[in-house]
Design a protein around this ligand. Structure first.
Ligand SMILES: C[C@@H](C(=O)O)C(=O)SCCNC(=O)CCNC(=O)[C@H](O)C(C)(C)COP(=O)(O)OP(=O)(O)OC[C@H]1O[C@@H](n2cnc3c(N)ncnc32)[C@H](O)[C@@H]1OP(=O)(O)O
Length: 135
């Protein structure tokens, strides 16, 4: 699997602008990027914390994964993302080790990374993302 570090922690929020005010105004972090990822029906905002990022996720549609998550559970921690060398290889390995995949192969996520998700029902309750840089 070769996980090198926690790439980011994904947090579902109702309103990106309001949440950015908290992360900047209270915690003193700096939002360095806002990006829409149409494929995932989200708008993201990123903050660097050491080597790890916080990724805020606002839904752009009620039927997207974040829209559905917030409707059921409200705002809060949504997923953990690990940096790996090759996300498609890591997905394959996870499947061989008995994990149910959401994505069979990688797709494009924020910041141009190749990403894929493991189903929380087979990862001890935590939605898990594997991501790697384009080689
Ligand atoms: C931009 C990109 C990036 O980083 O670059 C992103 O982050 S995109 C971030 C947004 N995209 C994604 O999350 C894509 C992957 N997610 C998905 O495909 C979906 O959200 C699923 C995780 C499969 C959930 O699907 P859906 O909402 O249709 O099903 P559901 O609500 O019935 O959930 C099925 C079961 O999983 C649980 N469940 C749902 N979301 C969960 C989460 N975030 N963490 C832990 N458990 C979770 C539910 O409680 C439920 O358990 P019970 O059966 O016990 O009630």
């Amino acid at each position: 699997m070769n996980i090198s570090h926690i790439e980011h922690i994904g947090i579902a929020v109702e309103n990106l602008e309001e949440s950015i005010k908290y992360y900047e105004g209270v915690l003193g972090l700096k939002c360095y990027s806002i990006e829409e990822v149409a494929d995932q029906k989200v708008k993201t905002a990123f903050f660097m914390v050491g080597q790890t990022k916080i990724e805020l996720l606002e839904s752009t549609s009620p039927d997207g994964p974040i829209g559905k998550f917030i409707a059921k559970k409200g705002q809060g921690m949504h997923h953990i993302a690990f940096a790996v060398n090759d996300s498609t290889e890591a997905l394959k390995l996870a499947e061989e080790r008995g994990v149910t995949l959401i994505d069979k192969t990688s797709r494009k996520g924020a910041e141009g990374l190749n990403i894929g998700f493991l189903h929380p029902k087979s990862t001890q309750g935590v939605l898990t993302e594997l991501c790697s840089k384009e080689k």
